[in-house]
Design a protein around this ligand. Structure first.
Ligand code: DGP
Length: 113
């Protein structure tokens, strides 16, 4: 089932896009939890990592490589950052289209709430 992230992919609703290619899209989170908070998503409609299949391997590897590149481009590489994906209700997922949160620009605490 489509979510609002499909509308962002299709440019039906606006977003502050920082990177795009055939496989993925990266845009700034509307409710940032850190000075840099970017969501990296596959263009393919995948609910979460829980629903990945073997055919998604290339997409996932690509997203991880691009996430690291975006982090570097945002100036996060030296001091570090966090990449998080929430899964389901207990994981705190609110949009059911796979996304990786890239968070940085401040010291992040651990464990998360
Ligand atoms: P999660 O709770 O892990 O499913 O993360 C969903 C994130 O999506 C949350 O941090 C807020 C963000 N978000 C929700 N709606 C929009 C939107 O319309 N635009 C943007 N840029 N981000 C959104």
């Amino acid at each position: 089932m489509s979510t609002l992230f499909t509308k962002i992919i299709n440019k039906e609703i606006p977003a502050d896009i920082v990177y795009e290619d055939d496989l993925c899209l990266a845009f700034r989170d509307i409710n940032p939890q850190a000075p840099v908070h970017i969501l990296i998503i596959p263009k393919k409609e995948i609910v979460s990592i829980a629903t990945l299949t073997a055919e998604d391997k290339e997409i996932l590897a690509h997203i991880m490589l691009k996430t690291a590149e975006i982090a570097k481009h945002e100036g996060l590489a030296d001091n570090g950052y966090r990449v998080v994906t929430n899964v389901g209700e207990n994981g705190g997922q609110s949009v059911f289209h796979l996304h990786f949160h890239l968070l940085g620009g401040r010291k992040l605490t651990w464990p998360p709430g």
